[in-house]
Ligand binder design. Structure first.
Ligand code: KG4
Length: 358
C-alpha cells in the first residue's frame, strides 16, 4: 500500500528481558520493520536469563538494529510521530538501555516518548499482521490471557490502559514452569519449544491417545487448587514437584511421554482458569499473548473452549507471541492517538513482576 500524508509512523523499542527489539509501525497495525535479536544462546548455558549479561547485550545490539532499520527505512523512521518504549515490568538495567535509546532518538526527531507497560503491549500484538485475524483492532471488553516466561495473568480489559487483574500466578509463571520442567528432564533452555515438540511426537506415535483414552496414559496428578469464586489464579509448582518425584522414582522414564504428561497437566490448569474467567465476566472476546501462546497444541485447546462458549479468540502470529518492538509500537499508536503520553499509571501490574527475575 503506498504511503500517504495521513499515515502515522511510530517507533517501538523493547528491552525488558532477553530480546532486543526495535520496530517501525505504520498506522498502528502495519509492520514496516521489526528486527529482534534473541539472546537465548547467550543465556542457555545458565538455564535462565542473567540480568547483567542481558543489559550488556542490549547495549551492544541496539546500535546494530538501529543501523539496520536506518539503512532500509530511513524516510519512515524520520517521519515517526512517537517513540513507544517498554518501561515496565522488566530487568531494570535492560529497561534503562531501551529507555535511553528512546530519549536519544527523541532529541533527533523531536517527538514524544510514550512509556509502555510491556504486559498490556502483548495483547496489541494481535492488531499486527496476523493470519487468523484480519480486523486489526481489538474489541472491548475482553479477557486478556498472558502466558510468558515471567508472567501468567488474566485481566479484565475494558479499554485502553483499563486493566483489572483477576488472575495471577501464586508461584511460577507458566513459561518458567516449562523451563524448570525441561531442566528436570535434562532438556535445553528455553524448555517450552522442546517440551512441545516431544509431547507432539509422543502423542502422534500413540494410537491410544488418538482414540481419546487420555487418563490412563498420564501418571502425573491433576493439580487444581481450590480458589475464591472471583479469582482465576494459577499455580504451577505442584505439577513441577510431581514431575520431580516421578523422575526420581522412575529413572528409566520415557522423556517424550513425560513431556506430554506435564504439558497436559499445565493445560488443565490454564483451561480451568480461562473457562472460569469467561463465565465469571460473560465477556465474548479472549485476547491472548506471551511466549507460551506460540504453543500450537495450547492454541487448539483454547480455540475449542472459545468455540464451545461462543467467544471470539485473538491469538498473535507465533513470532509475535514472544517479545518484540512491534507490539510496543502498536500500543504506542493508540496512546498517541488518544494523546495520552504517560499511560502506564493506569495499568494494574502483575504481582509476578516484583517476585520473578523477569
Ligand atoms: O513472552 P516471552 O518471550 O518472554 C519472556 O517472558 O521472556 O516468553 C518466553 C517463555 C519461555 O519460558 C519459553 O519456555 C516459553 O515462553 N515458550 C513456550 C513455547 N515457546 C516459548 N512454552 C510452551 N510452548 C512453546 N512452544
Amino acid at each position: 500500500m503506498p504511503d500517504n500524508s495521513n499515515d502515522i509512523f511510530g517507533i517501538g523499542i523493547e528491552s525488558s528481558c532477553d530480546e532486543t527489539g526495535i520496530a517501525i509501525i505504520k498506522n498502528g497495525n502495519e509492520i514496516i520493520a521489526n528486527p529482534v535479536f534473541s539472546q537465548i544462546d547467550l543465556h542457555k548455558i545458565y538455564g535462565g536469563v542473567v540480568p547483567e549479561m542481558a543489559s550488556r547485550m542490549h547495549l551492544e545490539k541496539f546500535p546494530a538494529l538501529l543501523q539496520e532499520i536506518l539503512n532500509q527505512y530511513r524516510s519512515e523512521f524520520n517521519r515517526a510521530s512517537y517513540i513507544a518504549v517498554t518501561v515496565r515490568p522488566g530487568l531494570t538495567g535492560s529497561l534503562l538501555i531501551g529507555y535511553y535509546l528512546a530519549l536519544g532518538i527523541k532529541t533527533v526527531l523531536k517527538v514524544p516518548v510514550i512509556p509502555i507497560h510491556h504486559l498490556e503491549a502483548h495483547f496489541y500484538a494481535n492488531v499486527l499482521d496476523n493470519e487468523l485475524f484480519k480486523n486489526k483492532t481489538l474489541e472491548y471488553p475482553f479477557i486478556g490471557l498472558l502466558l510468558s516466561g515471567g508472567n501468567s495473568s488474566i485481566y479484565k480489559v475494558s479499554g485502553l490502559g483499563k486493566l483489572e487483574l483477576i488472575g495471577d500466578t501464586l508461584d511460577d509463571a507458566c513459561g518458567e514452569a516449562y523451563d524448570k520442567a525441561a531442566a528436570l528432564l535434562g532438556l535445553d533452555y528455553p524448555g517450552g519449544p522442546e517440551i512441545e515438540k516431544r509431547a507432539k511426537s509422543f502423542y502422534e506415535s500413540n494410537p491410544e491417545l488418538k482414540r481419546g483414552n487420555i487418563e490412563t496414559e498420564n501418571p502425573l496428578p491433576k493439580i487444581l487448587k481450590d480458589q475464591n469464586r472471583n479469582q482465576c489464579n494459577f499455580s504451577f509448582s505442584g505439577i513441577k514437584t510431581a514431575l520431580y518425584y516421578f523422575i526420581r522414582s522412575n529413572p528409566d522414564h520415557d522423556t517424550d511421554h513425560l513431556c506430554w504428561c506435564f504439558q497436559e497437566r499445565v493445560f488443565d490448569i490454564i483451561e480451568r482458569n480461562v473457562k472460569h474467567a469467561l463465565s465469571l465476566t460473560k465477556f465474548k472476546n479472549l485476547v491472548t499473548g506471551g511466549g507460551v501462546m506460540s504453543n500450537q497444541t495450547l492454541r487448539k485447546r483454547i480455540s475449542s473452549i472459545c468455540d464451545e462458549m461462543g467467544v471470539k479468540l485473538y491469538c498473535p502470529s507465533p513470532s509475535l507471541c514472544t517479545d518484540n518492538g512491534a507490539m510496543i509500537g502498536a500500543l504506542g499508536y493508540y496512546y498517541f492517538k488518544e494523546n495520552v503520553i504517560y499511560p502506564h499509571e493506569n495499568v494494574i501490574s502483575s504481582k509476578t513482576e516484583f517476585f520473578s527475575s523477569y
